[in-house]
Write a protein that binds this ligand. Sequence first.
Ligand code: G
Ligand code: G
Ligand code: MN
Ligand code: NA
Length: 254
Amino acid sequence: LSLEAKLRQALTNEEFALHYQPKIDLASGMVVGVEALLRWQPADGDAISPASFIPLAEETGLIVPIGEWVLDTACAHNKLLQQSGLPPIGVAVNISARQFDPHALRKSISQALDASGLDAKYLELELTESLVMENPDEVTRILHELREMGLRLAIDDFGTGYSNLSQLQRFPVDRLKIDQSFVRDIGADPNDAIIARAVISLGHSLGMSVIAEGVSNEEQLAFLRANGCDEMQGFLYSRPLPFEDLMGLLTENR
Ligand code: G
Ligand code: G
Ligand code: MN
Ligand code: NA
């Protein structure tokens, strides 16, 4: 079978899982949210990385039903966390360009929220900088509609695209995520340090909170702390975890 044919069967064969990477508030050290990250484990072979199957899912349009499954599952899991008595935290879901059809997206979000009973304020959408900057006027309108549903919005991989700053200011966005490529050598590469500081200050000036992703050592953490970054996410605190392991971690740390 081709990869595409296998991908077509993956939903019905229940071969997908969501793993969750904690987001840590730097001031309190508490887990304040998680990012849902899709994993594909074909029944008959090795796990396949989203970096290779997400582009295929986008090309074939399979990202639409897969994305609906992601929204449904992330909302249902988050509601389960709350029902188990843990303090409520947000869950962020990645949305790719092909899913960004306003009518269909609003419909799948409403369905996921209704089916799970999750309050919309706990659901965050991560949209890449390149997606939102491709068509900023139309995107501004869609982002306002999504915000009216009560969702939170984040711009992912920030710093890798070409942001139009006057447009950025008009986006009703809650959070900027500093791309991990700038975080990697933040302590050693002056250019990365400059970009990270600029993103933190830009986000704060626009009333957005700023999270750094890919934080994997203490040096990076110290830099981010010293420069007023709000949150961090990365292997230093935790890898993306299966839902059961996330539940265990939150229960231990409560
Ligand atoms: O978790 P990992 O590093 O393997 O993710 C690789 C890429 O796949 C990241 O860019 C991430 O944003 C993307 N990705 C992970 N899960 C999803 C998902 O559910 N939907 C979409 N559209 N992209 C995802
Ligand atoms: O593009 P997006 O930010 O959604 O992708 C997140 C990806 O980054 C996931 O594939 C996740 O597994 C990966 N990731 C998360 N934390 C770290 C980290 O500390 N180091 C590295 N190298 N990758 C990370
Ligand atoms: Mn992301
Ligand atoms: Na990212």
